[in-house]
Design a protein around this ligand. Structure first.
Ligand SMILES: [Zn+2]
Length: 186
């Protein structure tokens, strides 16, 4: 019991340091550039992304940050590429929105692989990942981490229902629901 608490505390600390290490980011399209420059900017952004099929990762092909995220430059200002991709698909992005990858692939810019949530969502998500870093070894694991990733990718691409995923993967619909809401690791 004691060791479990200690390991949860250290997981929380690791998560907090991860979250606080993220650069400050506040962006709305209106803040970034004037309307006349916007189209040109969008074309320039996508020219750095190797776009594939809707369910594939779309890697950033230009410069990256130390953590492997794509770095897009607006003049001398750096914007994280996956964050910019999310901004384009959402129209605006509040400073409280934390953008994360469902594919765990930092350079990926596929909007279907990028989710926006609150910092609280992000901390909970990170804590879960630290607590169950190896889903496959968890006693109740029925799915491999790769399958969990595939399920999220398919679901967020909007093509497959939770029910059909539960049939495909031979698990309950409530498990699928937990996976896509990030409340269940496996
Ligand atoms: Zn991806």
């Amino acid at each position: 019991m004691l060791s479990e608490n200690t390991s949860q505390d250290s997981a929380k600390k690791a998560v907090l340091s991860e979250v606080s290490a993220k650069p400050p980011q506040v962006e709305r399209m209106e803040d970034l550039v004037g309307a006349q420059e916007r189209d040109e900017l969008i074309v320039r952004f996508w020219s750095f992304v190797k776009r594939g099929k809707p369910n594939e990762c779309w890697p950033w092909t230009a410069g990256k940050t130390g953590q492997g995220y794509g770095a897009f430059y607006l003049g001398n200002r750096q914007v994280l590429a996956h964050r910019f991709s999310h901004l384009l698909s959402c129209g605006s992005l509040d400073s409280s929105v934390v953008v994360r990858h469902i594919c765990d692939n930092p350079p990926c810019c596929n909007p279907a692989h990028i989710l926006g949530g609150t910092q609280k969502d992000n901390i909970q998500d990170c804590v879960r990942r630290h607590r169950f870093p190896k889903g496959i070894k968890h006693p109740s694991a029925k799915l491999t981490p790769d399958q969990v990733k595939e399920i999220r990718v398919q679901y967020f691409a909007g093509k497959v229902s939770q029910k059909s995923l539960s049939v495909t993967y031979g698990v309950t619909q409530s498990l699928i629901s937990g996976i896509v809401r990030f409340t269940r690791w496996t």
